[in-house]
Design a protein around this ligand. Structure first.
Ligand SMILES: Cc1cc2nc3c(=O)[nH]c(=O)nc-3n(C[C@H](O)[C@H](O)[C@H](O)COP(=O)(O)OP(=O)(O)OC[C@H]3O[C@@H](n4cnc5c(N)ncnc54)[C@H](O)[C@@H]3O)c2cc1C
Length: 316
């Protein structure tokens, strides 16, 4: 079975959610290829080689350093058409969410998106993805024998340990990029020392009950003690307590950390859609009947304004 993993980079760093794809339990005879599109690639290639790839398809062009669907889809369509992989994988990041449907249309093949489990049975790929805001999940089997596209939710698989003794073939991909219809003019990177919300191992989120921008400081101070990212419910974002990029849920980001700590969040279905696949959920809420407790591994019935400063103090 031939697998092609589309690897994403940002500012010269491979994304963790891309490296996680090398942790999928492929069959022993799987031939793992990687596609890397960027201009400065030497260190990134070394990292990929240490993850057991047999071939790296490398497209180098300054225009590929930043993602634009037209140029990336053009290069990747060429690689997929010439290599005919059985499965093409990408992380379901904001880039993956945009790119994979483009590829599915250009190649006229099927796509399973935002999958939270993947297995291979008798050479067939079986994927599972959440439906109805995470209330149900569906098992997907491809009926077409051609290339299958799959995007995988970040934090679904662990990054495997790198292996120093590997060698890989490098295939340079030379493609005339189309004249772009869109141009990336500026990329504003959020100034934060905290981990990226979508990739963080621990997320501490606050809800409407925080009551003000200033009160979110107690969430931030606690998060900083445990190296966590800060998230928020839509009610907190709509109230102006946090920026939209911190929103977790159906109309915000989907996160799947090792630990999700929901502080003063009721657990509305739309919020659960964004964090339900977290490995461990801890909730702090004054209402013992809050729906968030139904999906929590640990719950504290109490006032977050008392509990969080105490926890922060203890950690300090
Ligand atoms: C189409 C659509 C899309 C949506 N998308 C999203 C989305 O992406 N993300 C999202 O989050 N929501 C989304 N929502 C909104 C969602 O339905 C809820 O309204 C929202 O999640 C509620 O936020 P909350 O839990 O912070 O507030 P509330 O529901 O008001 O809950 C506040 C909670 O805090 C508790 N509390 C109060 N004081 C304290 C205290 N001192 N200490 C501890 N606990 C306390 C209360 O008991 C309560 O459970 C969407 C809604 C719609 C219709």
């Amino acid at each position: 079975m031939k697998i092609l993993i589309i690897v994403e980079q940002q500012n010269g760093q491979l994304l963790e959610s891309s490296l996680e794809l090398f942790g999928i339990p492929f069959s022993d005879d799987a031939e793992i290829h990687a596609a890397l599109l960027c201009n400065h690639s030497a260190a990134l290639v070394d990292t990929l080689i240490s993850h057991n790839v047999t071939t790296i398809h490398l497209a180098q062009d300054p225009a590929l350093d930043n993602y634009l669907a037209e140029s990336h889809a053009t290069v990747l369509t060429r690689v997929i058409e010439s290599e005919s992989p059985d499965v093409v994988l990408a992380a379901c990041t904001s880039v993956g969410r945009d790119l994979m449907p483009h590829l599915a249309v250009l190649l006229n093949v099927g796509l399973a998106s935002d999958c939270v489990s993947i297995s291979f049975e008798d050479g067939n790929l079986i994927a599972r993805r959440p439906l109805y805001a995470g209330k149900a999940s569906v098992e997907i089997e491809f009926i077409d024998q051609g290339t299958k596209l799959v995007s995988v939710r970040p934090k679904t698989f662990p990054i495997p340990k790198p292996n120093s003794g590997n060698a890989a073939e490098i295939e340079n991909v030379v493609v005339n990029l189309p004249n772009p219809k869109t141009v990336l003019k500026d990329c504003v990177v959020a100034e934060s020392k905290r981990p990226d919300l979508a990739e963080a191992a621990i997320v501490v989120s606050g809800g409407r009950s925080l009551g003000s921008v200033g009160n979110f400081k107690i969430i931030e101070e606690f998060a900083d003690q445990i190296g966590a990212a800060v998230g928020a419910s839509r009610a907190a974002v709509d109230s102006g307590y946090r920026p939209y990029q911190d929103q977790v849920g159906l109309t915000g980001k989907v996160v799947s950390p090792e630990v999700y700590i929901a502080c003063g969040i009721s657990g509305a279905i739309q919020h659960l859609a964004g964090m339900r696949t977290s490995k461990n959920v801890i909730a702090i809420n004054t209402d013992p009947n809050a729906p968030i407790f139904q999906i929590s591994d640990y719950g504290v019935v109490g006032d977050l304004f008392t509990i969080l400063p105490l926890l922060t103090q203890m950690l300090q």
